[in-house]
Every structure is written in structure tokens, then in C-alpha cells.
Ligand binder design. Structure first.
Ligand SMILES: *[C@@H]1O[C@H](CO)[C@@H](O)[C@H](O)[C@H]1NC(C)=O
Ligand SMILES: *[C@@H]1O[C@H](CO)[C@@H](O)[C@H](O)[C@H]1NC(C)=O
Ligand SMILES: *[C@@H]1O[C@H](CO)[C@@H](O)[C@H](O)[C@H]1NC(C)=O
Ligand SMILES: *[C@@H]1O[C@H](CO)[C@@H](O)[C@H](O)[C@H]1NC(C)=O
Length: 330
């Protein structure tokens, strides 16, 4: 028992020293953050001790170690999970694991069952951090596309999560769970911009007055402009039943509250569902970077589509996953 405490204290001190060292390097702000300063922002934002404790483990869901993650500091992959789409979340994580990408991942669980399930599966995973939503549980397994109020209120929560990470000087790659990853997308987010997204209505890479960006796979840099924009986006939707993506596009068109510098993503590399299958039909060896099953309506239709192209890596339903985990833990 005593040795266990000493062990804990040792790791605590080790991480405190590590943090102090990083702070020493980063006390003056730089226009472009160094690798060390990114690590500092990153570690400050999360539970250092628990990350450190998991240092040597290779995560069961991510197949990544703490060191793998520290090679890519300053970037957080953010996604949300609910019971209705838990299998989809697991499928996306499996696709990321399959290609060997290690990026620190935060999953916001929208209900307690999903929270408990994901917490258990990531207990020793240094790359995946699961948090319970603190903005009210939504019974998402009951959310149907006809229930607009509940559906929109679920979608609207993501800006709050994004803002919290941006406020800690982290870059955020937000992804919906209905994506499938074939290659590492991070190299596409280099350079000078505020936000990066795919626009299916304009010819790539031109931004036009018809632009309608997809918020389901989007990269945010913590610039002053991005922060101003995301804050405005949130206040604009407060108390209203607006679709978050429509509000985002309206504000972007009107340069409200500021002009946002958007780096467009190539639709060929980041296709929505129907476009992906169209390309695939013409070219059997077609490969994207990340496919987003947007515009394929409904959970079951998405799963069928994924299965049709060998992109379904899960062999249990969401309910079975949760039930199995329960039975192992009683
Ligand atoms: C996990 O990562 C290691 C090291 O990169 C690799 O050798 C191994 O094949 C990976 N395992 C899986 C299941 O992807
Ligand atoms: C949109 O852009 C086109 C082409 O540049 C222009 O002709 C049109 O007037 C614009 N529409 C609006 C509403 O600004
Ligand atoms: C088919 O897709 C592959 C992979 O994306 C690409 O390299 C190749 O050029 C494509 N072929 C044609 C004819 O478009
Ligand atoms: C799916 O089931 C098969 C057979 O039971 C098993 O070997 C495989 O590992 C499972 N795949 C996943 C991703 O759980």
C-alpha cells in the first residue's frame, strides 16, 4: 500500500517537474508555438497524472502510447458519442487504429451508458480521454430525425466543447462519428488559416457566395479570429432551434463577426458519403483521406453502406457492446 502511494507520488512529482520545465520554455508568447509549448498547452489541458500513469501502456482502442501522443502535441481530435451511434464511434476509432494514427482524442459522452462503457474500454488507453457531457444529458437513443428540437440541441453542444479546447490554445479537429479514415488527415491542416472544412457547393478550392461548409469534419486553429467566430456562433444559437451548420454558414457568408480565413478541403480527398460511392463506382482503386457518411440518412443506412464497401469493422450492435461490457463487470 505504502509503495503504491510512493509510486503515485513519484509520478506526480515527475509530471510536475516536467510541467515546470515546459513552462520555463513557454513563459513568453510566440506567434508560432514551439513543439515544447504545444506540449505544455496540451498537458495543462488534461489530467497530467493520469496520462503519466498510462505512460507505457499501448491503448486497446487506439494502439497508441503516451510517447506517440507527445509526438503530436497541441492537437486534439474531438468527437461525441451517444448510445444510438456508439457502434459508429467504435468503427471510426477502429479505422484510425488500423492506419496507425496517434492523436490525442477526447470523446464527449452524451449519456451515462456510453460514458461507462467508453471509460472502461479506455482505462489504460493513454490516447483517449472520455468525459461525460456537463451540459445536460440528452437521451440520444430516443433522438429521431423527426424530433428536430432534440436533434438540434444535441448538435449545438459541439461548439461549447470546441471553444473550451481552443481557449486552452489547442488546435481542434472535430469529427462526427460517421467518418471512416483511410489516411492521416493532419498533413492537410498545415499553413496559415483559421478554420478548414469541405465545401460541396463550390468548385475546389474556390470560396464562393454559394459556399456551404460541412461542420461535421472541421479543423480549428486557436487564432483570435476563430475564437471570436466560435463565440459568436454559440451566442447566435442560444435558446433557438437553429441547425448549427446553417448558422455557421450564414455567419461565414456575412463575415460576422469577422472574416474567417478558411482553408478548403478537396472533396475528392474528404468526400461526403454519396460522392465517395460515386467516385468508387468509377474507379475501384479510388481512395480518400477521410470519408464522412453525411447525406446518408439514418444509422442503419449508414451501416449498410459501410458494410457494402468493407468499411464496417465492428461486429456488435451498440446495445450488445454495452451489454457485453456489463456482463464482464458484474
Ligand atoms: C500496434 O502498433 C504496433 C507498433 O506500431 C504495431 O506493430 C502493431 O501491429 C499494432 N497493432 C494493431 C492491432 O494495429
Ligand atoms: C454571387 O456571386 C456571383 C458570381 O460572382 C454574382 O454574380 C452574384 O451577384 C453573387 N450573389 C450574391 C447574392 O452576392
Ligand atoms: C483511381 O484512384 C486511385 C487512388 O485514388 C488514383 O491514384 C488513380 O489515379 C485513379 N484512377 C483514375 C482513372 O481516376
Ligand atoms: C469480429 O468477430 C470475429 C469472430 O468472432 C473476431 O475474430 C474479430 O476479432 C471481431 N472483430 C472485432 C473488430 O471485434
Amino acid at each position: 500500500m505504502a509503495s503504491k502511494h510512493a509510486y503515485k507520488l513519484f509520478f506526480f512529482m515527475q509530471s510536475t517537474v516536467f510541467l515546470a520545465l515546459l513552462m520555463y520554455y513557454c513563459y513568453t508568447p510566440h506567434p508560432t508555438m514551439s513543439h515544447h509549448c504545444k506540449q505544455q498547452a496540451f498537458i495543462k489541458a488534461f489530467d497530467v497524472v493520469s496520462l503519466w500513469r498510462k505512460k507505457n501502456a499501448r491503448g486497446p482502442l487506439s494502439n497508441c502510447t503516451f510517447n506517440d501522443i507527445m509526438n503530436r502535441p497541441g492537437v486534439v481530435l474531438l468527437t461525441t458519442a451517444n448510445l444510438g451511434f456508439l457502434d459508429m464511434t467504435i468503427n471510426m476509432l477502429a479505422s484510425i487504429k488500423k492506419i496507425g494514427i496517434c492523436v490525442y482524442t477526447v470523446i464527449v459522452a452524451e449519456d451515462k451508458n456510453v460514458y461507462r462503457y467508453l471509460r472502461r474500454r479506455t482505462e489504460i488507453d493513454p490516447a483517449i480521454h472520455v468525459v461525460m457531457t456537463d451540459s445536460g444529458e440528452v437521451q440520444s437513443d430516443l433522438v429521431m430525425s423527426t424530433d428536430h428540437h432534440r436533434y438540434f440541441s444535441l448538435l449545438k453542444k459541439r461548439q461549447g466543447y470546441i471553444l473550451r479546447l481552443l481557449d486552452q490554445n489547442l488546435e481542434v479537429l472535430f469529427t462526427d462519428s460517421d467518418t471512416f479514415w483511410f489516411q492521416d488527415p493532419l498533413p492537410y491542416f498545415q499553413g496559415d488559416f483559421d478554420m478548414s472544412m469541405m465545401d460541396p457547393r463550390s468548385p475546389y478550392p474556390t470560396r464562393t457566395n454559394k459556399s456551404h461548409y460541412c461542420a461535421g469534419f472541421a479543423y480549428y486553429k486557436p487564432t483570435t479570429v476563430t475564437l471570436q467566430f466560435v463565440k459568436k456562433w454559440i451566442t447566435f444559437m442560444e435558446g433557438k432551434d437553429y441547425m448549427d451548420q446553417s448558422v455557421m454558414n450564414k455567419l461565414l457568408q456575412e463575415d460576422q463577426p469577422v472574416h474567417v480565413n478558411i482553408k478548403p478541403l478537396d472533396i475528392k480527398l474528404f468526400p461526403p458519403g454519396p460522392k465517395f460511392y460515386e467516385f468508387l463506382e468509377k474507379n475501384a482503386s479510388y481512395s480518400a483521406v477521410v470519408m464522412h457518411a453525411a447525406s446518408i440518412r439514418g444509422h442503419d443506412a449508414k451501416v449498410r453502406r459501410f458494410k457494402s464497401s468493407n468499411m464496417w469493422l465492428v461486429n456488435k450492435t451498440s446495445d450488445e457492446l454495452v451489454a457485453l461490457e456489463h456482463s464482464l463487470n458484474v
